[in-house]
Write a new protein. Structure first.
Length: 311
C-alpha cells in the first residue's frame, strides 16, 4: 500500500490528464497520474488530426507521444492502474483494482470515454477476430479485404476514410438516410470509389468461423434481412463516459458524465473533472487540454486555501 500523500492525483492520461499534470508540476505540486491503458486516450486511436492549433496535420499517436514526452520531462509520478473507487474526505483515497491505495489532497478525474458496443450476437465473440473499435490500430490487418463501418458521425467517416488506405472495399451502414458528420468528411466519402454507403439499415448479427465472414443487417423500414459479406467490422456509434468507479460519489448525471462548474470543480470539495468525461457541449482535444489546465490551477488554489486540512 502507498503511504505517500500527493497534492494531486490525476486519473487518466489523455489530453486532459496530461495537460493537468504539466500545469500541476509547473506549479510544483506532488503529482500522481494513474492510467489504465496507453497514455493519450482516444488520440492514440485517431489517424489524422487537422484541428490542433499550430499544426496543420499530425497523427493522433504522434500528438499523444509529444504530450506524454512533455509531461514526463516534468517528472510526475506515472503509474499504470485501473481505478476501482474513490473514498472522499479531507484526504482522498484512490483504490485500484490491483489493490493499491493512493492518497491525495485533491483528485482530478480525466478518464475520458469508451466506445459504445453494438450489443448484437457475435460482437463479443469476434472482437479481436474481425471486430475492432480502432481503425488506426487494426486497419493494416485488412489490406485488400472488405470491411464494414457502422455509424454516420465524424468518427465513423474518419475511420472509413482511413481504412480506405488498406481495404479493397468499405461499406458504411447507417440507420438514417443522411450522415451526422461535417460536410468535409461527407465530401471525402462521396468522392472515394472504395466506399459504399448503405442507408436505413442497422446491424443485427455478426457471423463467422474463426473470424468474421459476414454481417447481417436489417432494413429499418421493411425489416428485411440481408447478409453482407465482410472480413472486418468497425463500430463507431458513439462513446460512454468512464465513471463507474465514481458512481457512489453522487457527482455524475443520469448519463454518467461528471457535473462540474466553470472551475472544473464537482460538488465535492477537492474533486474535479476534466476532458470528455465531464458534461459539456464540445468534446475535442483542444477543449480537453483547456479543462486540464483549469483543473490544475484550481487544485493549486484549493490546496493553498485549505492548508490546515492537510497538516
Amino acid at each position: 500500500m502507498e503511504n505517500k500523500l500527493y497534492d494531486i492525483i490525476i486519473i487518466g492520461a489523455g489530453p486532459a490528464g496530461m495537460t493537468c499534470a504539466i500545469y500541476a508540476r509547473r506549479a510544483n505540486l506532488e503529482t500522481l497520474v494513474l492510467e489504465a491503458q496507453s497514455p493519450g486516450g482516444k488520440m492514440v486511436k485517431t489517424a489524422e488530426i487537422e484541428n490542433w492549433p499550430g499544426i496543420k496535420n499530425t497523427s493522433g499517436p504522434d500528438l499523444a507521444f509529444a504530450m506524454f514526452d512533455q509531461m514526463n520531462a516534468l517528472k510526475p509520478e506515472f503509474v499504470m492502474g485501473n481505478v476501482a473507487k474513490i473514498i472522499n474526505g479531507d484526504i482522498k483515497s484512490v483504490i485500484t483494482t490491483e489493490g493499491n491505495e493512493y492518497k491525495g489532497k485533491a483528485v482530478v478525474i480525466a478518464t475520458g470515454m469508451v466506445e459504445r458496443k453494438l450489443g448484437i450476437p457475435g460482437e463479443e465473440k469476434y472482437t479481436g477476430h474481425g471486430v475492432s473499435y480502432c481503425a488506426v490500430c487494426d486497419g493494416a490487418l485488412f489490406k485488400d479485404k472488405v470491411v464494414t463501418v457502422i455509424g454516420g458521425g465524424n468518427a465513423a467517416l474518419d475511420e472509413a476514410i482511413y481504412l480506405s488506405k488498406f481495404a479493397s472495399k468499405i461499406n458504411i451502414v447507417i440507420r438514417r438516410d443522411v450522415f451526422r458528420a461535417d460536410e468535409i468528411e461527407q465530401d471525402e466519402i462521396s468522392n472515394n470509389p472504395k466506399i459504399n454507403v448503405i442507408v436505413k439499415h442497422v446491424p443485427v448479427e455478426v457471423k463467422g468461423d474463426n473470424a468474421v465472414t459476414s454481417l447481417v443487417i436489417k432494413n429499418v423500414e421493411t425489416e428485411e434481412l440481408t447478409e453482407l459479406p465482410t472480413d472486418g467490422l468497425f463500430p463507431f456509434i458513439g462513446s460512454e463516459p468512464i465513471t463507474n468507479f465514481a458512481n457512489s460519489l453522487g457527482i455524475t448525471n443520469e448519463k454518467g458524465y461528471i457535473e462540474v462548474d466553470e472551475d472544473m470543480a464537482t460538488k465535492l470539495a477537492g474533486i474535479y473533472g476534466a476532458g470528455d468525461v465531464v458534461e459539456k457541449k464540445l468534446r475535442q482535444i483542444v477543449t480537453a487540454t483547456s479543462d486540464g489546465a483549469i483543473a490544475a490551477q484550481q487544485v493549486l488554489k484549493y490546496i493553498n486555501i485549505n492548508k490546515s486540512k492537510f497538516q
